[in-house]
Design a protein around this ligand. Structure first.
Ligand code: EPZ
Length: 432
């Protein structure tokens, strides 16, 4: 079993380089399926199991995908062998459902397993289906699969999303690029990853306007081609390092991070007494030893990101006084709380809120990561806990953080990874 071992107590100091955004690479990889000619090259992609898993899904459709250690993902989708994605691959990662939009737009058909719930909540896809139906597709759910058909091309339409959903915005936006006429997506998600996807789609020959606002307009075109694209930096990885600096009373420069993408975290850290400086080339975080409690509520972008809720909860667990964290996006995203309690944290869950009574000291313990960000939170708590913390469930952390251990060690943390039974992700270049 792979574990991460941490001996707490080191102040983090130095500079780390942020990776390209996992949550930008994934939709761009699925959108690359729209191109019936030309090669897509995604630059700056981190080496992560989630990206590897999506590469397997895309390859299962008969498409060539190569990933190289210098952060390039190449996709050649000139022909598709099937429009059906296999359950054993899709069940590993919910974002695999995002192949539905491009398949529908390009071929008029998709058959993709209905993603199940996961450790953070139920996570339905009704808004994705609403988007496809508005564009003229007939969608059914049978035998665990969602299947969509359209005769000829999709038809541009006005689509109002009932919930601000990153995934539904992505799937609808991608599908609309090849539709006949104009599509208007209202109540669209505004995340930087949506803007990055729109930039890539436009480089493919699409016409997408308004990404980053809640109304996105897409003028459908007849065909799209592969394109090169450099992904934006990973704001959640960057935010995790900002919190790591704060929790250890450290001084860290997160090189490559874009402050505008993280202004909600920056504001909250400042409220807690942390110095946050935005610089043209990154974000510097300097923290005193004592911080003030704060209240945090997760919201769609530009609100406070749910993906940083667990790391911030770990921070507040050691800030004396009462902080309240409210999670509005997912119904089950407090799985890190029982584990943090094992380290001495005093946290009560009441409905969608965690009431955090900060303690002066956390103590090292054996703990288990249940999802990627919960895992990051446990690692951060371990950095300040007295004695040794042993984190298992490391496979969750590997989904979204490339070399978290090495990066924290380079900042001075006493942290090691042990027990890897398989070598690091292998490089792949075959088509299957
Ligand atoms: C994306 O997931 C991210 N994943 C998540 O990051 C992130 O937590 C989430 O957006 C919110 O910011 C990727 O980008 C790969 P949603 P997504 O559709 O698209 C509900 C991480 O840690 N909903 O915006 O699946 C849903 O249940 C991951 O990197 C519906 O009800 O999120 C949730 O409560 C975890 N019906 C809310 O909307 C739908 O049809 C937001 O989900 C779709 C969503």
């Amino acid at each position: 079993m792979t574990t991460i071992q941490i001996r707490g107590g080191q102040r983090l100091v130095g500079t780390i380089q942020v990776n390209g955004a996992k949550n930008a690479v994934l939709p761009i990889m699925t959108a690359s399926l729209l191109a019936d000619k030309g090669i897509t090259v995604i630059e700056g992609a981190p080496y992560l199991t989630d990206i590897e898993n999506l590469a397997h899904v895309v390859r299962s459709l008969g498409v060539g995908v190569e990933m190289s250690p210098d952060g390039k993902v190449r996709v050649e989708a000139d022909s598709l062998a099937t429009c059906e994605a296999p359950y054993e691959l899709v069940r590993k990662m919910r974002a695999s459902f995002w192949v539905a939009g491009p398949l529908l737009a390009r071929t008029g058909h998709f058959r993709v397993p209905l993603p199940g719930g996961c450790n953070i909540g139920e996570r339905p896809v009704d808004q994705h289906i609403k988007g496809f139906e508005a564009l003229g597709a007939k969608v059914t759910i049978e035998h665990g699969y969602v299947e969509g058909y359209v005769n000829g091309r999709l038809k541009g339409a006005r689509v109002y999303l009932d919930i601000v959903s990153v995934g539904a915005t992505i799937n609808t936006m991608i599908a609309a690029t090849l539709a006949e006429g104009q599509t208007i997506i209202e109540n669209a998600a505004k995340e930087p990853e949506i803007v990055d996807l729109a930039n890539y789609l436009n480089a493919m020959g699409a016409s997408v306007r308004g990404a980053g606002t809640d109304v996105i307009r897409i003028e459908g075109v007849k065909a799209l081609h592969g394109a090169s694209h450099n992904v934006i930096p990973d704001r959640i990885e960057a935010g995790t390092f900002m919190v790591a600096a704060a929790i250890t009373g450290g001084d860290v420069f997160v090189e490559g991070a874009i402050y505008n993408h993280l202004s909600s975290l920056g504001a909250k850290l400042r409220e807690a007494g942390v110095e946050v400086e935005d610089d043209i080339s990154g974000i510097r975080v300097r923290a005193p030893q004592t911080l003030k409690p704060i209240d945090v509520k997760t919201l769609p972008y530009p609100g406070f990101p749910t993906d940083l809720q667990a790391p911030v909860l770990a921070l507040l667990a050691r800030v004396e006084g009462v902080s309240i964290i409210t999670e509005t996006l997912y119904e089950n995203r407090f799985m890190h709380v029982p584990e943090l309690r094992r380290m001495g944290a005093e946290v009560k869950i009441e409905g969608r809120s965690a009431i955090v009574e900060g303690v002066a000291k956390l103590t090292g313990a054996d703990v288990t990561a249940t999802d990627l960000r919960a895992g990051a939170a446990l690692v951060l708590a371990g950095l300040v806990a007295e004695g040794e913390t042993l984190v298992s469930g490391v496979e969750h952390i590997d989904r979204g953080y490339h070399d978290l251990v090495g990066k924290l060690r380079s900042l001075g943390a006493h942290i090691f990874r042990a027990g890897d039974s398989v070598p690091p992700l292998k490089l792949v270049s075959s088509q299957s």
